[in-house]
Write a protein that binds this ligand. Structure first.
Ligand SMILES: C[S@@+](CC[C@H](N)C(=O)[O-])C[C@H]1O[C@@H](n2cnc3c(N)ncnc32)[C@H](O)[C@@H]1O
Length: 281
């Protein structure tokens, strides 16, 4: 397919006069992207998001939360601060590259207790433990683009929850995606002495409820292009009745949906990112 074909020659050659081009397919994401992930999201305030999670635990939990399973943990953005705060955390991610970075960060922690990170698929991973809370943060649920994938993920989350345990996730809210439409975007960040330019081109498919997001990344050092990659990320947007239905099928009771970062507020076409809170039935 031309979409995943080798990219055009870049405008800036590296010192050897060559360029490096790596292409990815939709099932092969968060590979090369992992190297730039923390730099690209250095503006994301994971500590504040963990404050929010703790508020949700207190507000909606019917049992004290001591243990947390982080599904799609990435580079440990939530798992590491939660562990520092005294929670017992296990993080699962299918990207070996993301997990390697999370483990490296855990190793450099001062704390004696750090999360356990495992490479596995959240739709099928089987751990021998259950948890007081399961979290699935930063659109991880949306990366499961089919009904089967969503149901497998929610059912597997439920399997790993203690009685009356909490499930918390965020997702792209269908009415807002359709109303606002995803836009092209350019983000430029620094990563040590390198500069990363990320060009985002989303394509909305209103029949599958999936946005195909093409991330075209250029890594420059001293204005020389040293790496060029493209990854296509497919993200499903969701509507409240379908998420409620899928959760019920998985043995979860949806107890609240609110704009991400908020509590006790309704969702609307203005709310792109929504938090769903559910309890084990
Ligand atoms: C946008 S990142 C979010 C990472 C992390 N939760 C955060 O907040 O920074 C999505 C992550 O979900 C992981 N992921 C998506 N689908 C997965 C699956 N089926 N099994 C395991 N990991 C998955 C990806 O590998 C990626 O690390």
């Amino acid at each position: 397919m031309t979409r995943y074909a080798t990219l055009c020659a870049p405008a800036w050659p590296n010192p050897e006069g060559e360029h490096i081009t790596i292409t990815n397919t939709p099932g092969n994401v968060f590979q090369d992207y992992a190297d730039s992930y923390d730099a690209l999201y250095s503006d994301k305030d994971y500590e504040t998001e963990c404050d929010y999670l703790e508020r949700l635990f207190r507000r909606f939990g019917q049992r004290d939360v001591h243990s947390v399973l982080d599904l799609g943990c990435g580079t440990g953005g939530h798992a590491l601060p939660l562990s520092r705060r005294g929670f017992e955390v296990v993080g699962i991610d299918r990207s070996p590259q993301m997990v390697a970075i999370a483990r490296q960060k855990a190793q450099s922690e001062q704390s004696t207790t750090t999360p356990r990170f495992e490479v596995a698929d959240i739709q099928s991973v089987q751990l021998s433990t259950t948890f007081d809370a399961v979290i699935c943060m930063f659109a991880v649920l949306g990366y499961q683009t089919t009904n089967d994938g969503l149901l497998a993920t929610l059912s597997n989350a439920r399997l790993h929850m203690k009685p009356r345990g909490l499930f918390i996730c965020d997702f792209w809210y269908g009415p807002a995606v359709l109303r606002q439409q995803p836009n092209n975007e350019v983000k430029i960040v620094t990563d040590g002495d390198a500069r990363i330019i990320r060009i985002t081109r989303p394509e909305l498919n209103v029949n599958t409820n999936v946005v195909q997001v093409a991330f075209h990344m250029l890594r420059l050092q001293a204005d020389q292009l040293i790496q060029e990659t493209e990854e296509i990320h497919s993200v499903r947007y969701l509507f409240l009745p379908e998420i409620e239905f899928l959760m019920a099928q998985a043995g979860l009771e949806l107890v609240d949906c609110c704009p991400f970062g908020e509590m006790d507020q309704g969702t609307s076409e203005a709310t792109w990112k929504v938090t769903a809170i559910a309890r084990a039935k």
